[in-house]
Ligand binder design. Structure first.
Ligand code: MRU
Length: 301
């Protein structure tokens, strides 16, 4: 969690493969497929939900296998990691332009967790759409949830939006129901960690709760995510692995005990929002409308 956010997890893992290969070449002047598989296995086990991690590792493995005999294999792997990084920023800027067209002047947008420059190679996904709408001159307000227990909204999203001079208000996660019932926001934009072929979407825990409120109060919910976050191998959300983290991250905040020391504590890091609660997906290939099954499949062709 020094770096986090699905696209950035993938980018850093790609650099990790290059670094691992560099260390192996320095120690034994030859890097084998088994070495690369070992490096990738270690990186794969870090964060189970964000599919960008698997996507990046598979891409790095393919490049290694295609060039494994060349003497400058470390440079080849490093250049591929840099390409993954650069492409991510380009994709975020492209999807943000498509997404900004869904934003109206005067909109109040709720966002959850941090899906910004600090979660990607740069510019951001959900926050990229907000940035692009702001840059296009649209007058918008943002409501950011604090996103307990790791506080990505309070610590990262608020900081990014203030840097951009975008009007932002912070709320506790449990305020979404009340504020949506009073139409306190007109749109929801979130990122994603894994999108299944039918559109079921995993994102930061709490997103499903927000989606239920938005659905109840007819507020559109958009998921902004690059194609690297769509999983072509799983048909629905039931197959998405959900990361479970240490309950101490709930009981303590910045080292301060918030409760009774020995109480049991549960901490799921992500949840799955069924496709029926999602209005559109925003990708670098355009806005995806229903039927999601048909158009998500086309992303891979
Ligand atoms: O646990 P995190 O901070 O890695 O969770 C991040 C999220 O859920 C983001 O919304 C998602 O990865 C998209 S980031 C562009």
């Amino acid at each position: 969690m020094t770096v986090r956010g699905a696209p950035l997890i993938g980018i850093v893992a790609a650099y990790g493969v290059a670094l691992g290969a560099k260390e192996i070449m320095a120690s034994k002047a030859r890097c084998t497929p088994a070495d690369i598989n070992h490096i990738c296995l270690g990186l794969q086990e870090t964060r189970p939900t964000a599919v960008n991690l698997t996507w990046a590792l598979e891409r790095m493995k393919a490049v290694f296998n295609a060039h494994k005999e060349v003497p400058n294999i470390v440079d080849v792997l490093t250049n591929e990691a840099i390409s993954i990084h650069v492409e991510d920023v380009e994709n975020n800027r492209m999807l943000s332009l498509y997404g900004a067209e869904l934003i109206d002047d005067g909109d109040t947008i709720l966002t959850h967790c941090n899906a910004g420059a600090l979660a990607t190679g740069g510019y951001g996904t959900a926050l990229g759409v907000i940035r692009a709408a702001h840059e296009s001159g649209k007058k918008i307000r943002v409501i950011a949830t604090e996103t307990r227990p790791y506080m990505q909204g309070a610590r990262l999203t608020v900081w990014e939006l203030i840097q951009e001079g975008i009007d932002v208000e912070l709320i506790p996660d449990n305020h979404v129901g009340f504020i949506s019932s009073n139409k306190g926001f007109s749109k929801v934009i979130v990122g994603a960690d894994r999108v299944a072929l039918n559109g079921d979407t995993a994102n930061k825990i709490g997103t499903y709760m927000i989606a239920l409120c938005a659905h109840k109060h007819q507020i559109p919910l958009y998921v902004a995510a690059p194609v690297s976050t769509f999983d072509r191998y799983i048909k629905n959300g039931a197959y998405i692995p959900i990361e479970e983290r240490d309950g101490r991250e709930v009981k303590y905040l910045h080292g301060k005990l918030l409760t009774v020391r020995d109480v049991k504590a549960c901490y799921y890091s992500f949840d799955v929002t069924p496709a029926r609660y999602i209005t559109h997906f925003i990708t670098e290939k355009g806005v995806i409308e229903r039927p999601f099954k048909k158009y998500i499949k086309m992303l891979f062709s």
